[in-house]
Design a protein around this ligand. Structure first.
Ligand code: XIL
Length: 464
């Protein structure tokens, strides 16, 4: 069965500090706004999340709210993963079952679990032809366009500040060689529906990375070429897009493409992040393990491949369970595919994620104790989102605080992964419960949003 056939089946509503030390971190090279930090791993990560974090990546999974009462499931989730994607709970049919009536109960359970356990969240998905509520399926034209814009606004606003990346638009291109947009009620509202969705999402949650997500785009082909052309055009015209997600649903009829890494790289070269968003590979044993290792190595080889998410935890949790496509068997035991993925994460040698192009030069990691902080910015007229990366010195930290000096007239409106004291002038951001303890050389990121002119100085950092 081809991967698109699998999609058709799956979409048919059959709903039946987390890492060890980097001892020798060290060289910051700055060239034309590009930041490259080299690090040497001192020890192997023993879980997917810790091993990925040593390489500056996250490792995530799809999560179903109704499985959060399954102790085996939650045990693996909390041990192995640091990013979650609600498998169905943030989709249009789940969040707006009647027009204008929003229901966040199940999605909030997943977000709450993630926040309590120090995991981040990929939002999935704001605008998509599939899993629309019946009322939206029956709309067209300007009524559907308005409903889509309202949906994106409401949902992205509800989760503002809590989402690492949003799949703003999912699966908008046709399969096959046409390179055309997929026909859908959304597409029939006008070709600009995708950029309207992105602009709307940026306004609602300026702190989230905004992704286009699709399948059968994992290698270079007519469909991925068409997505590439759209993303190039968006970058050229300033349509807000920060990342492209590659679902990566593979099986024997649709194996990992030989040019998988090259395809990720060409998108990264457009100046945005790439993410592997829904990885599953049907099969078993060594062949399956090798495929997982190859995907993992490809991500590590692309500096702007910022993380990998698998589409479920145990084989029995999968939307295509009969293909046993995941890293844990039905009893929760680690499969060969798990070990191969972990080994690939620990064996990678590429530097951590590059910073956005607007990133200020980092402070060279210290030879001594304490901590350092570096700042990167996304700005727009009248406001900004700042991401601050805190890196522990050789003694590690029990807690930290980064102090940012804001220009006159600038104010912090909200912060995440840190607690601010004050909102104007000199603002201190202290760690929260789950990110205060850093081992030597380890980094963590927090963010804040502000109105006015963004700060320009490197934040100072103190460790405790
Ligand atoms: C799937 C879910 O895993 C299933 O539970 C549901 O029945 C159908 O959707 N591409 C996507 C995901 O972007 O949202 C899909 O998830 C799998 C394919």
């Amino acid at each position: 069965m081809s991967s698109s056939a699998l999609h058709d089946r799956g979409n048919a509503r059959v709903r039946t500090g987390r890492r060890a030390a980097l001892v020798s971190a060290a060289v910051g090279t700055v060239a034309a706004g590009m930041v490259l930090a080299l690090a040497t791993a001192a020890s192997a990560g023993t879980t997917l999340a810790t091993a990925a974090a040593e390489k500056g990546r996250y490792f995530g999974t799809a999560v179903a709210a109704n499985k959060l009462s399954d102790s085996t499931y939650v045990g693996i989730l909390n041990r192995e993963f640091d990013m979650v994607t609600p498998e169905n709970e943030m989709k249009w049919d789940a969040t707006e079952p009647s027009q204008g009536q929003f229901n966040y109960t199940n999605a909030d359970r997943i977000v709450g679990h993630a926040q309590t356990n120090g995991m981040r969240v990929r939002g999935h998905a704001l605008a998509w032809h599939s899993q629309q509520p019946g009322w939206a399926q029956n709309l067209s034209g300007s009524a559907l366009r308005s409903a889509m814009v309202n949906h994106v606004t409401q949902v992205a606003t509800h989760y503002r500040g809590k989402i690492h990346s949003w799949d703003v638009v999912n699966e908008a291109f046709a399969d096959g060689g046409s390179g055309a947009r997929r026909d859908s009620n959304l597409q029939r509202t006008g070709n600009d529906w995708i950029e309207v969705a992105f602009r709307t999402a940026r306004t609602a949650d300026p702190g989230a990375k905004l992704c286009y997500n699709d399948y059968n785009t994992d290698g270079q082909n007519a469909k991925s070429n068409a997505v590439y052309a759209m993303v190039s055009d968006f970058k050229a015209r300033g349509v807000p897009i920060d990342c492209v997600g590659f679902q990566s649903h593979f099986n024997s009829a649709s194996p990992v493409p030989a040019d998988y890494q090259a395809n990720l790289q060409r998108f990264a070269n457009l100046g945005l992040d790439v993410q592997i968003t829904e990885l599953d590979i049907e099969g078993s044993g060594t062949a399956q393990a090798n495929s997982f290792a190859n995907v993992t190595k490809a991500c590590l080889a692309v500096s702007r491949c910022t993380g990998i998410s698998v589409w479920g935890i145990r084989d029995t949790d999968s939307w295509r369970a009969s293909g046993t496509p995941l890293l844990f068997d039905g009893n929760g035991n680690k499969k060969a595919a798990y070990t191969a993925t972990l080994d690939a994460l620990n064996g990678g040698t590429t530097p951590p994620t590059s910073a956005p192009s607007t990133t200020a030069p980092p402070t060279t990691p210290p030879p001594g104790t304490g901590c350092t902080a570096s700042l990167s910015l996304q700005t727009w007229t009248g406001g900004f989102v700042a991401t601050v990366r805190v890196t522990a010195g050789s003694a590690g930290t029990n807690g930290w605080a980064a102090t940012v000096t804001l220009p006159a007239g600038t104010a912090v409106t909200n912060a995440w992964n840190a607690q601010n004291s004050g909102s104007t002038g000199t603002v201190r951001f202290g760690n929260v419960a789950y990110n205060g303890q850093l081992t030597a050389g380890q980094s963590t990121e927090f963010g804040f949003q502000g109105t006015g002119t963004p700060p320009s100085d490197t934040p100072s950092c103190t460790a405790s």
